[in-house]
Design a protein around this ligand. Structure first.
Ligand SMILES: Nc1nc2c(ncn2[C@@H]2O[C@H](COP(=O)(O)OP(=O)(O)OP(=O)(O)O)[C@@H](O)[C@H]2O)c(=O)[nH]1
Ligand SMILES: [Mg+2]
Length: 526
């Protein structure tokens, strides 16, 4: 819009513009003032919007709980994929050595099991599965070729765990603390060869490079081993206990052995890396017209400690006269073999976590009906899940947190049932019910729901989903359409304003195991 009188000449494009008349100068000044005021107003509105966004962006703190390998970190990756996929892309290179580690661990486990079969019952095993007399020689040949690959397992584990050496049953493991990627790719740059130069220690990345080299040299041997009739027979007889994702990676070994291999999203979801302590992931989320700062806490192996602390705090709230100094020594060691006190020392966040929880997503892997705890081979893993869930439901400090239950690994459950594995063999109370997915899934769902009904400290609805965390479309549908999660979070957010007392002192580190036990009721699943 121009207020210039029509008699006025068009402004010259030349630098030497004609001098404006006095009338036009006044008009221009008014126009300039108007524009300036409009700009001021626009800036004011923008500032106001930012201020509103900042004040309206509220924290939603969601804790992922569940036994080891229940899929907590995989769900976190699904959230990351949906809300912050570029950060997942940036992390892709750093997952490469972890994928190698998964492959190496699987290869070593297979060779160990074959050795065991050979040394203890070779003749019966051969005849049992019609292997013929030559299989031990063939396996020995493959073992010799694969030796350079499997011999780096411990060093790679130590490199990836930043020197934290953990063994479970004499076997190496890789565990992750918050910020682990920095150990592998400090600049998040690729290729791995650069890491050697960029790391001050001059050591990290070396083993990852060696793993890449050995894997590319031995990929055919890995494939031959994986397809060997003796290995197939062990799998059929269910004597070989591999990580759940091992077969996925071994099937894909040629792709993983490519020199420019970069983990795909599917690889990232399949990879197994145990979480140590608590890791926090933040996403900006908009829903229902509101802006939220979604903080996801992956409690990892510290789940029991988390529960014990909240249980203890609840106990303290009930018996405030408890002596101020706690003479108890530390609780049990976690399944990682790491003293959980270390977890607390490393993660003071875990001490404050209980009062942070807006909502809890509890993952129970219902495929685990035929598995037992590594640290307690007498405890069925479904039973353990029920106990953990019960501890959450009864915990007074968590009663204002909304609860979402994800009955996870349904894909694996279906596969197991299709393979003829019978639930009643492992869970006697299942009785003569049909060994069909629908019946089994409903049976487990009913148990969890019943526990919630009987023991929950709050009247809040329990939202239940059957999930497979490897299924991107289905999981993202739950994340995006999962109104219950958001509704739960929103409702909990309001109630959490008056939340129960939390951990006031992050230096509090001592918990009595007997108190924990008293809070972990039995589930009643025979
Ligand atoms: N088949 C199948 N595998 C799954 C599913 N969810 C997770 N996994 C796999 O299970 C393994 C363990 O998953 P994680 O997400 O690391 O488990 P977690 O609960 O974080 O385990 P911790 O860190 O030890 O507490 C990984 O290899 C995942 O790929 C699922 O729904 N189906
Ligand atoms: Mg984890």
């Amino acid at each position: 819009m121009s207020r210039r009188p029509s008699s006025q000449p068009e402004p010259s494009s030349s630098f030497h513009a004609p001098m404006p008349s006095r009338v036009s100068a006044i008009a221009d000044e008014a126009e300039a003032r108007r524009i300036s005021a409009a700009i001021d107003e626009q800036l004011r509105q923008e500032r106001e919007q930012i201020r509103k966004r900042q004040t309206s962006r509220r924290d939603v703190k969601v804790m992922l709980l569940g036994q080891a390998e229940s899929g907590k970190s995989t769900l976190q990756k699904q959230f990351q994929l949906y809300y912050s996929s570029q950060t997942l892309d940036e992390e892709r290179p750093s997952w490469r050595p972890i994928v190698y580690f998964n492959v190496i661990k699987a290869v070593r486990t297979i060779l160990d099991e074959l050795d065991y079969e050979f040394s203890t019952s070779d003749s019966s095993f051969s005849s049992l599965v019609n292997l013929g007399p030559n299989w031990p020689d063939e396996v020995t040949r493959l073992r010799t070729k694969l030796l350079p690959l499997i011999s780096i397992e411990d060093n790679l584990a130590a490199e990836l765990s930043n020197g934290v050496s953990i063994s479970s049953g004499g076997r190496a493991g890789v565990y992750v603390r918050a910020g682990w990627q920095a150990l592998v790719t400090p600049t998040r740059a690729w290729p791995l060869t650069d890491i050697r130069n960029s790391l001050s220690s001059g050591k990290a990345g070396i083993m990852a490079n060696m793993a890449a080299k050995h894997l590319s040299e031995t990929s055919h041997d890995v494939r031959d081993l994986w397809q060997h009739p003796a290995v197939r027979a062990l799998l059929r007889l269910r004597k070989l206990k591999l990580e759940e994702s091992a077969s996925f990676f071994l099937d894909e070994v040629y792709r993983l052995a490519e020199p420019d291999y970069l983990p795909t999203t599917e690889d990232l979801l399949h990879v197994r890396l145990q979480t140590l302590g608590v890791t926090e992931h933040a996403f900006d989320i908009n829903f229902g017209g509101g802006h939220y700062n979604w903080l996801l806490y992956d409690v990892g192996g510290a789940v029991r400690l988390f529960l014990s602390i909240t249980a203890f705090r609840a106990h303290m709230a009930t018996f405030p006269a408890w002596p101020g100094k706690f003479p108890f020594s530390i609780l049990s060691r976690s399944r990682t073999g790491i003293d959980e006190q270390d977890n607390v020392a490393v993660n003071p966040m875990i001490c404050t976590a209980p009062r942070l929880a807006t909502a809890i997503i509890f993952l129970a892997p219902i495929s685990a009906f035929d598995q037992y705890l590594e640290e307690d081979p007498r405890t069925n893993r479904i039973d353990d899940s029920l106990q953990l869930f019960s501890a959450i439901c009864t915990n007074k400090l968590l009663k204002s947190s909304s609860l979402v239950l994800m009955l996870n690994k349904t894909d694996l459950l279906k596969r197991k049932l299709q393979a003829g594995i019978e639930v009643r063999k492992y869970i006697t109370s299942y009785g003569e019910r049909p060994n069909r997915y629908e019946d089994v899934a409903e049976y487990f769902r009913a148990h969890f729901v019943q526990i919630h009904k009987r023991k929950s400290q709050s009247r809040q609805t329990l939202f239940v989903h059957f999930t497979s965390m490897l299924d991107i479309t289905a999981t993202q549908k739950i994340i995006v359409d999962g109104k219950p999660i958001y509704a739960a979070a929103r409702r909990a957010m309001h109630s959490s304003q008056r939340s129960a007392p939390g951990i006031a002192d992050a230096s509090f580190r001592i918990v009595n195991e007997s108190i924990i036990r008293s809070y972990l009721g039995q589930s009643g699943l025979a």
